[in-house]
Structure formats: structure tokens, C-alpha cells
Write a protein that binds this ligand. Structure first.
Ligand code: PEP
Ligand code: MG
Length: 600
């Protein structure tokens, strides 16, 4: 999925060979070219309240600290691997530093000091970390030794990692951004990404993060040219304020570009924006193949602020409203009324076009502290999404109630994430029935017919049982992002395995095909709403497998529409049949790319 740009073919000669210019490679996850000024984003200060811990809870507090240290250790271990991959003097230097970090996290004065403070002062672990760090830093600064003074930054960094793990609140507003800021940082959570204002931010580059992570998805929906997984990004002495270029198609970041580089990229950016404008003219034409098949193109929404963009894109509905935004960047839970107001506004603005609201899918890399989603040994496999909703029925009931109330203002469908079993759908339908009865008793208005209830097909088990599941739901929406992640056991947010993430693996394609056919046999609608839906490379294959409903980032609707309008569905179906007979992903890619290039 690297290099998603299909509308421009950039060729930049001699870049990287100019003295002073720093060129770094990563994964291009959001197309476009940013030219701006570096804003070096770090964790900033984290507010640390001090609490008294009763004697009976001291053990639990120590365990919480041990857990945070473990999480910080895992983070540093990932960076150590990156340092090894980096190689050379820079890799070696980074390796030494990270070894020192690991030592600090295991049995150092810092760790002992924190444990002692929790014990003797009976304070919470965050306060103990903060106090211990302050004391060590004061001691080092007094020593007037350049080497030790440099270590202060490392100790503060470790302290920040521990505090972040303990407070579980990555909320870090971006302040004092330069004009056309190019955000450079180690990692950005989806919640952080949601805070970026595209009017101020030109682009994004991070050390960590996979191409299908929610950070990448969010960057695409904000239209921010972005490159993730840039090893060495923070070892080049970048201080902030330098001119920079982010090429989100090629996956390249250039710091201090030479005048000739800048000139080349200005031209490419103008070409890119021009091709966007040309595509935007397709807004009001239908998505029809050359042989007359009508395809439904809907938008995915991550944040309500995207609605203007969705309307401008010509989307025929919202195929996936990721309602997690309602729970992000806050410590409390949104009330039913608050959820209702947001949904009502969105549905009203969609003016008769259907909005598919997915109930909260918190968990994995989608953090929502107030929901208390599982941060257990493997958050992607933990208590999240519908599992969390059924375990904490008061949360799901409130959301279902808000959705049903909003249905009085326009067509709504309800989509349930991470469904694994028929029982989960039965329990959800029962809960929905109770919610509807309660609202009716109070005389609350709602749509007639009631909102349809669908299941995300994104767990391989659900795909394999799709024929049974289809009889218990009103529609399917195939989430290829998680379906690929779980089928291939590839963490979609982990750049270390990003090169292995491949929706063209025959196992993933068979699960998509099986689910689509099960839906067609049960005569229920089926949509694809994962990232492949918005990538024109996959359009012919998805249509060839029988999919007629695609939901994607609004930014991608024009380019997918253009692909559809040049596509012969009979030929695409024939090619899909040949592809489905293959067992080798490389051959599948070749057959698909050949077809896209015009091969008969
Ligand atoms: C998916 O998994 O494909 C999907 C659309 O859901 P999300 O990306 O929000 O997990
Ligand atoms: Mg998913």
C-alpha cells in the first residue's frame, strides 16, 4: 500500500545528493505534497495531580507503576529494533542511548526512588515519578558536566514515557504552530491526530505507525500529506523551524531542501492540486461503469468537522461514521443527549442521504480513557468494540438510544463493530428492541421503519460464518483493515511488519468473497468500508467480486469514481475470477495491476 499516488507520477532527480539537505524514507500513507516549516512535537508537560494512597491500596499502586514501566520498556524495545535497522554511526549512537533507557527502566536509582516514594510518602505513582525525576535532574544540572547535562534530556524523556503510560492520557494540544507546520514526532495517536487543524498543518512525519493505523486513516481523512515509519527522523539534529517537504505519495521527507529541490516540489504540488481540481469536477456525475453498473460511493467520517468536505465530494451517504470521536480527548463520557445532538446535526446536514453510525469501536490503537477499554496483554484482542458494549450495557444502550432518537431527522443505519458471533448480534438486537420500547413509551420520535442493524465483517471467524450471520443482520460492512490484520496476524499499526500487511493475500480475498456471496444469497446489502475501498488499485477487484457499495475517505471519492467510469464490469468480473484461482499474492498483484494498466 506504499505510494498511494495514482494521479501523479513524481520523478525527482538528484534529491538527496545536495549538501545540507536531509532526505529520509518512510511509508507514504496520505497523498499530496506538504511544503512548510518543521514543528517538532514532543510529549510536552503532563499535568500530574498528587493523591494520597491509603495503606490498603499501596500494593495496587506499586503494581500500576510496574505495569507502566513494562509498557515504557516495550516502547523503547521497538525503538531499539529501529536503531538496529538504521545501522551506521547514527544507529549505533541511538542504540547506546536506548540501552541506557532500558537500564534506567530496570532497577535504576530512578525506579528504586519512585518505589520508595510511593511506599514512604504514600503518594500516587505519577506524583512519585515527577518528584523523583525533578530531584535527579536538579542533581545532574548542578554538576556542570556537559555529558551529564545531556543526560538530563534522556531522564526527562523516560519520565515522560512513564507518566504517559501511567496517566494513559496522550492529550497534547499543539501550540504555537508555525505557518504551514510540518509536524515531526516520534508517534502520534489517533486522538492527537484528531487535534490537528489542517488549516495550520501542512504535513506529518513520524517514526512509528503503520499504513493502516488509525493515525494514517485520520491523516488521509484530514487530507494531510503524511509519511510514517521514518527511522532516524529524530536522530538528525532537527530542532524545529527548518524548512521541510513531505511527499506523502513517495514516502519521502526532506529537511532543509536545496533551492532546486524546492522548485521541483513546488511544481509537483501545483500538478497534484490541479489534478485534484480536475477530479473534483466529477462530483455530480454518477459512479457508473462503462457497461452501465451503478456503484454507490459513500464517505467514511472520523470527525464531524469533515462533513463539509463529505458534502463537497459528492458522497451519496456516510457508509461509516466512526463514532469513537465522541469519546476521544476527554476524561469523561459523553451523555446520551450530547451524542444525540452531534448525530442529529450530522444526519440533518446529510439531507436525506443515509448515515451509517458505527457504535463505539474503542480499543486497539483507538484510545478512549473514559470507556476503560482493555489495555491488557493484547488490546487488539481484548475487551473492545461490541464486546465492551455488551459487557457495559449502560454505555451501548445510551449510544443506541441517541442513534434511534437521531433517526427521526434522517435515514440512519446502525453498524456493530468487531462482531464475532451470532449471539452478539442477537444480544444487540434485543438491547435495541428494549431501547426502542423505552423511547416509544416516552413518546420519543424515531424513523419508521426503524434503523437497520448491520455487522462489520472484520474478524476472520465472522467472515467464515458469514452465511449464518447474514440471517441475523440487515446488512454487512466488510472492514478490510482489521480483516487483513487478524487474518494475517499483522498489527496494522506496527511499522515493523507493515511490509507484510497485504489485503491481496488470497486468504483475505477469499474471506471478502465468501462474505459478499453470503450477503448476496441472503439478499442483504454489503459494503466495503476498509481502506481498500478508497484505493483505485482495488476497485476492479472489489467490483469483480460483486461489491456495489464502497465507503471511503471523502478525499478518495473522485479518484475511485474516475476509475469506475473507465471500468468494464464484465471484464473486471472475468479478471476477478482468474485472480481468485491464484494462491500467490505476488501473482495476484501482477494480474490486478496488469488489468488496471489496460491488459485484457
Ligand atoms: C476496518 O477495520 O476495515 C474498518 C473500516 O474499521 P476501522 O478501520 O475503524 O477499524
Ligand atoms: Mg475495524
Amino acid at each position: 500500500m506504499k505510494g498511494r499516488d495514482t494521479t501523479t507520477n513524481l520523478r525527482v532527480a538528484a534529491i538527496g545528493s545536495v549538501p545540507g539537505e536531509i532526505v529520509l524514507d518512510g511509508m507514504g500513507v496520505s497523498r499530496g505534497i506538504a511544503i512548510g516549516t518543521v514543528y517538532l512535537h514532543d510529549a510536552g508537560s503532563i499535568s500530574v495531580p498528587e493523591r494520597r494512597i491509603p495503606a490498603a491500596n499501596l500494593e495496587a499502586e506499586r503494581a500500576r507503576f510496574a505495569d507502566a514501566a513494562e509498557r515504557a520498556t516495550r516502547q523503547v524495545a521497538v525503538l531499539q529494533e529501529k536503531a538496529q535497522d538504521l545501522g551506521g554511526a547514527a544507529g549505533e549512537e541511538l542504540g547506546y542511548l536506548l540501552d541506557a533507557y532500558q537500564q534506567m527502566l530496570h532497577g535504576s536509582r530512578l525506579m528504586r526512588g519512585v518505589a520508595q516514594r510511593i511506599e514512604s510518602e504514600r503518594i500516587n505513582a505519577e506524583a512519585a515519578v515527577q518528584q523523583e525525576i525533578n530531584e535527579i535532574v536538579r542533581g545532574f544540572e548542578a554538576m556542570e558536566d556537559a555529558y551529564l547535562a545531556a543526560r538530563v534530556a534522556d531522564i526527562k524523556d523516560i519520565g515522560r514515557r512513564l507518566l504517559r503510560a501511567l496517566t494513559n492520557t496522550p492529550y497534547r494540544p499543539f501550540s504555537a504552530l508555525p505557518k504551514a507546520a510540518v509536524i515531526i514526532t516520534e508517534e502520534l495517536t489517533p486522538a492527537d491526530t484528531a487535534l490537528l487543524n489542517p488549516a495550520q498543518v501542512a504535513g506529518l512525519a513520524t517514526v512509528l505507525g503503520g499504513a493502516e493505523s488509525h493515525t494514517a486513516i485520520m491523516a488521509r481523512s484530514l487530507g494531510l500529506p503524511s509519511v510514517l515509519g521514518v527511522a532516524g527522523l529524530l536522530t538528525k539534529g532537527i530542532r524545529g523551524g527548518e524548512p521541510a517537504i513531505v511527499d506523502g505519495a513517495k514516502g519521502v521527507v526532506i529537511i532543509n531542501p536545496a533551492p532546486a529541490t524546492l522548485k521541483t516540489y513546488r511544481r509537483h504540488r501545483a500538478d497534484f492540486l490541479r489534478s485534484r481540481r480536475v477530479l473534483a469536477r466529477l462530483k455530480d456525475v454518477p459512479a457508473v461503469t462503462t457497461d452501465g453498473a451503478r456503484i454507490l460511493l459513500q464517505a467514511n467520517i472520523e470527525l464531524p468537522t469533515e462533513i463539509d468536505h463529505v458534502l463537497a465530494s459528492g458522497a451519496e451517504g456516510v457508509g461509516l461514521l466512526r463514532s469513537e470521536f465522541l469519546f476521544m480527548n476527554r476524561e469523561d463520557l459523553p451523555s446520551e443527549d450530547e451524542q444525540f445532538e452531534v448525530l442529529k446535526e450530522l444526519v440533518t446536514r446529510m439531507d436525506g442521504r443515509t448515515v451509517t453510525v458505527r457504535t463505539f469501536d474503542a480499543g486497539g490503537d483507538k484510545l478512549a480513557p473514559a470507556l476503560g477499554c482493555s489495555l491488557g496483554p493484547n488490546p487488539s484482542l481484548g475487551l473492545r468494540a461490541i464486546r465492551l458494549g455488551l459487557a457495559r450495557p449502560e454505555l451501548l444502550q445510551a449510544q443506541l438510544s441517541a442513534i434511534v432518537r437521531a433517526s427521526a431527522f434522517g435515514p440512519i443505519r446502525i453498524l456493530i463493530p468487531m462482531v464475532a458471533t451470532v449471539e452478539e448480534m442477537r444480544a444487540t438486537r434485543e438491547m435495541l428492541g428494549d431501547v426502542v420500547r423505552r423511547l416509544k413509551k416516552k413518546g420519543v420520535a424515531m424513523s419508521d421503519p426503524l434503523p437497520a442493524l448491520g455487522a462489520m465483517i472484520e474478524i476472520p471467524g465472522a467472515a467464515l460464518a458469514a452465511d449464518a450471520l447474514a440471517w441475523h443482520v440487515d446488512f454487512f460492512s466488510i472492514g478490510t483493515n482489521d480483516l487483513t490484520q487478524y487474518t494475517l496476524a499483522i498489527d496494522r499499526a506496527d511499522e515493523a511488519v507493515a511490509h507484510l500487511y497485504n489485503p491481496l493475500h488470497p486468504a483475505v480475498l477469499r474471506l471478502i468473497q465468501f462474505s459478499a456471496e453470503a450477503a448476496m444469497r441472503a439478499r442483504i446489502p454489503v459494503c466495503v468500508c476498509g481502506e481498500v475501498a478508497g484505493d483505485p488499485r482495488f476497485t476492479a477487484l472489489l467490483l469483480g467480486l460483486g461489491i456495489r457499495d464502497l465507503s471511503m475517505s471523502a478525499n478518495n471519492i473522485p479518484v475511485v469514481k474516475q476509475r469506475i467510469r473507465n471500468l468494464d464490469l464484465v471484464a473486471a468480473t472475468r479478471r476477478a475470477r482468474v485472480i481468485m484461482d491464484q494462491s500467490d499474492s505476488a501473482r495476484i498483484a501482477q494480474l490486478l495491476d496488469g488489468f488496471n494498466a489496460g491488459e485484457a
